[in-house]
Design a protein around this ligand. Structure first.
Ligand SMILES: NC(=O)c1ccc[n+]([C@@H]2O[C@H](COP(=O)([O-])OP(=O)(O)OC[C@H]3O[C@@H](n4cnc5c(N)ncnc54)[C@H](OP(=O)(O)O)[C@@H]3O)[C@@H](O)[C@H]2O)c1
Length: 226
């Protein structure tokens, strides 16, 4: 499978790229607004994976592209960009999406004040609803990976043992993303219903950040539903 990580030069892009790069044989297309930055990031991720596995970075299918090229070539398109830029990003890649693809949003709108972080969705009610609005109707949208700390994903020696919640209105698409998430060692994917449940899932992100900030040794924490 070909997976595009749009904004894959950032923290979540790195974490997902090195985990899928190590744990699967999928082709990883690191996307950026700047193809040179994408190529540099892809090379660095391949080196990280090879250092962990003892393999050769040149044997790994992790390559850099513009966001448009990555989305056009991939079947799974992860919007690993800040929440305020998901709409623009979807607009730039929309022509390359088709009904067999799945668009995945891990984004949570947040704001910060003196008490910490709070959930701050766009006017659509959730980032996922905004992505749904911007994405061509035939292309399924799935939410996943909101509650994973990027730093923990990127540290390949860190065991995960955590859950991610996956939601969406198209059952086949949700199943594809559940399987893809569970190919990462130590990650369990739990279904969380339809896109209408996005606010509950997205609002976990500021909650986890606040808990991490308030408690020593809980940096990069995750959740396990048990
Ligand atoms: N960080 C976490 O631990 C975490 C955990 C769970 C979910 N998330 C969600 O995952 C998403 C990505 O988070 P992140 O921490 O990886 O973000 P990030 O590192 O701040 O940014 C990711 C990438 O977005 C691109 N970008 C920046 N400004 C942009 C713009 N104006 N238009 C289009 N692209 C732009 C950049 O790539 P180029 O400059 O190369 O184009 C950047 O490398 C967010 O929506 C966040 O809510 C984050």
């Amino acid at each position: 499978m070909r997976i595009a990580l749009l904004g894959g030069t950032g923290d979540v892009g790195e974490g997902l790229a090195v985990r899928w790069g190590r744990d699967t044989d999928h082709e990883l297309l690191v996307g950026s607004r700047d193809p040179e930055r994408a190529r540099e990031a892809a090379t660095a991720y391949a080196e990280t994976v090879a250092a962990d596995t003892g393999g050769d970075p040149d044997d790994l299918a992790i390559k850099g592209f513009t966001n448009e090229m990555a989305a056009d070539r991939a079947e799974i398109v992860v919007l690993a960009v800040p929440p305020y830029h998901v709409a623009d990003t979807v607009e730039t890649v929309a022509d390359g999406l088709d009904a067999d693809d799945v668009v995945v949003t891990p984004a949570a709108g947040m704001q910060r004040d003196e008490d910490g972080f709070s959930y701050h969705p766009p006017g659509t009610g959730s980032v996922a609803a905004l992505v749904r609005e911007e994405t061509p109707d035939a292309v399924p949208v799935v939410g996943a990976f909101h509650n994973l700390a990027a730093g923990r994903l990127a540290a390949l020696d860190a065991p995960l043992g955590i859950d991610t919640l996956v939601f969406g209105d198209a059952d086949d698409a949700v199943s594809r993303i559940v399987r893809l998430a569970e190919e990462i060692d130590g990650l369990r994917a739990l279904r969380a219903g339809g896109l209408g449940n996005a606010p509950e899932v997205e609002s976990l992100t500021p909650l986890l950040i606040n808990v991490a900030r308030e408690n020593d040794d809980l940096h990069d924490l995750g959740v396990r539903f048990d």
